[in-house]
Design a protein around this ligand. Structure first.
Ligand SMILES: [Zn+2]
Length: 491
């Protein structure tokens, strides 16, 4: 398999902004229940429509608002075992979907299944305004709506907006290569065609089985252009010659002091340099022993580590990049109130693995609609959006899970020792405008094996811990509509 190297060609951003995006919501907060309703075992919904909120799109935290930022890498995005649910395992390109699992080994892009191809670059956005995808290939040709057939196999396809007319819901433009693309650097950006308002978008890239997503935006004026994402296709001798052998991709490591080693069969490599997050030099090392290099991280959380192998004359001969999560020795991460430092994908994976948090696999109402807590967490762990329910007040559709919320769940269990059962995250019917629908809140009905309803003191302790972890709203026994469950919310 060819090596994929993703680079930001823009202003470097702090590691925290690489993995942390906030959904900015203007919330008119009700005095009591701002979210729950499905936490009670009987009711699907409640009538209290306080807490109406208004979602204002996804913004990046920090730095350059026009620079697309990489979000969770998704090397497993191709879902090789996915055989679709409810689709007889034979999902076809073009079928509606909410996760890769529904696409029979393909990928879910902008709500439609796409077949696996060697290279696919997709621009996905929700605002009903025309923005355009532009891809400049290594040969210098520009693929976009006016140049749809590349000389080297790239094909532009459009689904969504045409000038001022847009479909409802998700819009997508893409360029696909059904055969092996040319090696080299591909530059990708978006342009606001007619102007009107700023538009947030996602770039969803499949490159030889590796899935990567970037968040970006274009300004409000006609012709406003986003920052550029550059991806490299091929050009490497590939893994096997040089590999980071001390750490596996996407694994968690307790302790900030980490020692990296590299294996290589390339005798021409005589020095390996380690770089974190594309910008922090971790030092370099020679062959004996195993290009070993120790580094003491001063920031916990998710880091991309690249090992670059150099030969005589200081030419870079090979490289290998992995993502790891560094925690402190107690298994902790910083308080999410100060910003989450791990992407929702890796947090969701960890929560599914670690076992102290049980996730309801149906709605409290008894419905089995694929928007239950376990399905939400699984979707997020696959780099997909989590489903909302479509009954009662629930709006349908999909949402990201807030990484601050997931980080708090992780800490509640791993650091603060609570085991608990989550009855609802993005699914279920709650009050209109509930922050559940935006993936900002979760409900808990059992703590340390005891029911919330029968143990209000324990529930209050749990609520207080949510608040200490930066929760913006906590509710439980004693609050209207919350006699049976605790609601913790981050936004
Ligand atoms: Zn709730």
């Amino acid at each position: 398999m060819k090596k994929v190297e993703l680079k930001m060609q823009l202003k470097k951003v702090d590691i925290k902004t690489l993995v942390f995006f906030v959904v900015v919501a203007f919330l008119t907060q009700g005095s009591s229940d701002n979210g729950c309703g499905d936490g009670t075992p009987i009711l699907d919904s409640n009538g209290a429509a306080n807490g109406a909120s208004h979602l204002n799109g996804v913004h990046q935290a920090g730095a350059d608002p026009n620079a697309p930022n990489q979000v969770a890498g998704d090397p497993n995005g191709a879902d090789p075992n996915g055989n679709g649910s409810g689709d007889n395992g034979t999902a076809n390109a073009g079928d509606e979907c909410s996760s890769d699992n529904q696409c029979g080994g393909g990928q879910c892009v902008g709500g439609s299944c796409e077949a696996t191809v060697p290279l696919r670059i997709s621009l996905v956005w929700e605002v009903q305004q025309d923005i355009d995808l532009h891809v400049i290939t290594p040969s210098g040709e520009e693929l976009y709506y006016r140049n749809r057939e590349g000389a080297y196999g790239g094909r532009f396809s459009q689904d969504g907006c045409l000038q001022t007319r847009c479909d409802e819901g998700t819009n997508t433009e893409m360029v696909k290569w059904n055969s092996t693309p040319n090696e080299g650097t591909y530059e990708i950006y978006a342009v606001n065609y007619g102007g009107g308002q700023a538009v947030n978008f996602q770039l969803d890239i499949l490159n030889e089985g590796q899935r990567e997503r970037f968040q970006g935006s274009v300004g409000a004026s006609a012709g406003a252009r986003s920052g550029t994402v550059a991806i490299t296709v091929g050009g490497s001798t590939g893994t096997g010659e040089l590999q980071i052998s001390s750490h596996r991709h996407e694994t968690w490591h307790a302790g900030t002091n980490q020692t990296f080693t590299v294996d290589t069969e390339n005798d021409d490599i005589d020095r390996v340099q380690y770089v974190a997050d594309g910008q922090y030099d971790l030092g370099s090392s020679t062959r004996s022993p195993n290009f070993s290099n120790a580094y003491n991280f001063n920031s916990l959380g998710e880091h991309k580590i690249e090992a670059k192998g150099y030969g005589n004359g200081d030419f870079e001969l090979d490289n290998h990049e992995i993502t790891i999560v560094v925690t402190d020795n107690d298994g902790g991460l910083p308080n999410p109130g100060q910003g989450a430092v791990v992407s929702e994908k890796l947090l969701a994976k960890k929560i599914l693995e670690m076992g102290g948090i049980s996730l309801y696999n149906i709605q409290v109402s008894g419905r089995n609609d694929g928007a239950d807590s376990r399905s939400n967490m699984t979707a997020s762990s696959n780099g997909s959006l989590a489903a909302n329910s479509s009954y009662g007040n629930a709006p349908g559709g999909r949402t990201r899970l807030n990484p601050k919320m997931l980080q708090a769940m992780y800490l509640l269990n791993q650091v603060h020792g609570y085991t608990f059962r989550v009855t609802s995250i993005a699914g279920g019917s709650h009050s209109a405008g509930s922050q559940h629908y935006y993936g900002h809140a979760f409900d808990v009905d059992t703590i340390n094996g005891r029911s919330v309803s029968g143990n209000p003191t324990l529930a209050r302790q749990f609520e207080a811990q949510c608040a200490a972890l930066g929760a913006s709203l906590v509710l439980g026994p004693g609050d209207a509509g919350h006699s049976t469950h605790v609601h913790c919310q981050w936004n």
